[in-house]
Ligand binder design. Structure first.
Ligand code: HGY
Ligand code: MN
Ligand code: MN
Length: 402
């Protein structure tokens, strides 16, 4: 809740867009708390922040946990922040219990998971995993044309080095951001993997013209074409059950004047599906719908694929560690694939990975009203701690408080 004060907005939400001053303040607060908990803190070439708690054998690959501190423009207090705070809480609990682990523990805050200011999402974790080049990350620009690298330097988090080191296991705690756990009365989601997704930027170009004097059959209306694409994307999202979803979340019109026929539209399209074959069929359907809308409206369409991310099955042993943790805590749990994307999906390409979900009210997220109960959040944190200790190996320091 103290972290949620950083970038707090009306409606109980948080706005900490990646690499803004609010993001910097959230990072600074997290780093301070980690140092106070005895961790060493460093950050890499794309600003991923790693807080390291020494283990008995520093040569062992660390067991890592974390998530992200950046949010959507209308973000909630828990998306990302929960996983980072849960990791910090595990460190604090180990300190209080006098538990020393064999392998080091690291808590990470990945840069720009949301991809809302700088697209695509999960840039920090993808760069760490070697799935996106450092140049591509540093060179990406926001809607104002500001470069990622300059903004990262401006907030003081442009460090050295990037990835290239082994991770023993990665666990991420996160709110489900969907309705399943709450509706089925389960406290813990044992996440077995993440669905695949494609992100696109679409530019539709027609002709700006006078709204009053241009006959209806002489128009090349870019917004009419965009409306047809929005309708088609929604239809495609419902045509590939179970699991398919498709969304247009961003759309801007030019010249955006009430008495000018829109000459240009730029818009986002995203599709997701747990099965890569079905997602490929959705991709083909999107391309066909765009071509149809362009032909019908005599428009030029430029479709640019921003992200093509396959489905990611998680590591069976790590999933088992989460499942055993839920059982040991006597918590009702449900095995599920994540609908939302997470840094764990990128990290699962290079390290054994699993996630712990807890319910959120009404399944609502990416919304100021996002909320979760302290009891559920604490339960998820205990399951996270058990899963991490199962992989890190632990011993109570002699003479320490039990
Ligand atoms: O888009 C996602 O799934 C994530 O919340 N950034
Ligand atoms: Mn998230
Ligand atoms: Mn999110």
């Amino acid at each position: 809740m103290d972290l949620a004060e950083v970038g707090a907005i009306a409606g109980g939400g948080v706005r900490r867009l990646a690499l803004t001053d609010e993001d910097r303040r959230g990072r600074d607060l997290f780093a301070r708390w980690c140092r106070e908990a005895g961790c060493t803190v460093r950050y890499d070439a794309v600003g991923n922040v790693f807080a390291r708690r020494a283990g008995r054998d520093g040569a062992l690959p660390p067991v890592v946990t974390g998530s992200h501190l950046d949010t959507q423009p209308n973000g909630g207090r828990f998306d990302g922040a929960y996983g980072v705070m849960a990791g910090l809480e595990v460190v604090r609990a180990l300190n209080d219990a006098g538990i020393e682990t064999e392998a080091p523990i690291e808590v990470v805050a990945w840069t720009n998971e949301e991809g809302t200011r700088f697209a695509p999402s999960m840039m920090g974790s993808m760069a760490f995993a070697g799935l996106m080049s450092l140049d591509a990350v540093l060179g990406s620009r926001d809607a104002q044309g500001l470069a990622f690298g300059d903004e990262l330097a401006r907030i003081g988090y442009r460090g050295e080095g990037l990835g290239g080191r082994p991770i023993g296991a990665y666990f991420e705690a996160h709110i489900e951001q969907g309705p399943v756990l709450e509706e089925t009365n389960h406290t813990i989601g044992v996440v077995t993997g993440g669905q695949g997704q494609c992100w696109y930027d679409l530019e539709l170009a027609g002709q700006a013209a006078h709204a009053g004097s241009t006959p209806m059959d002489r128009r090349r209306d870019a917004l009419l074409g965009a409306a047809r694409v929005v309708e088609a994307v929604n239809r495609i999202g419902t045509a590939f059950p179970p699991g398919g979803v498709a969304t247009v979340g961003h759309l801007s019109v030019s010249p955006d004047s009430r008495n000018v026929i829109p000459g240009r539209v730029s818009m986002s399209i995203e599709i997701r599906h747990p099965d890569d074959g079905r997602r490929a069929a959705m991709d083909a359907a999107v391309r066909e719908a765009v071509a149809d809308a362009a032909a019908r409206g005599s428009l030029e369409a430029t479709l640019h694929e921003v992200l093509d991310q396959p489905a990611a099955p998680f590591d069976a042993d790590c999933v088992a560690a989460v499942r055993e943790g839920a059982r040991a805590e006597g918590l009702a749990y449900l095995e599920m694939v994540s609908g939302a994307a997470h840094d764990a999906i990128a990290i699962s390409r290079i390290a054994p990975t699993a996630m712990v979900f807890v319910p959120c009210a009404g399944g609502v997220s990416h919304n100021e009203a996002e909320s979760a109960t302290p009891a559920d959040l604490a339960a998820g944190c205990r399951v996270l701690a058990r899963a991490m200790l199962a992989r890190a190996g632990s011993a109570v320091r002699s003479g320490a408080a039990r």
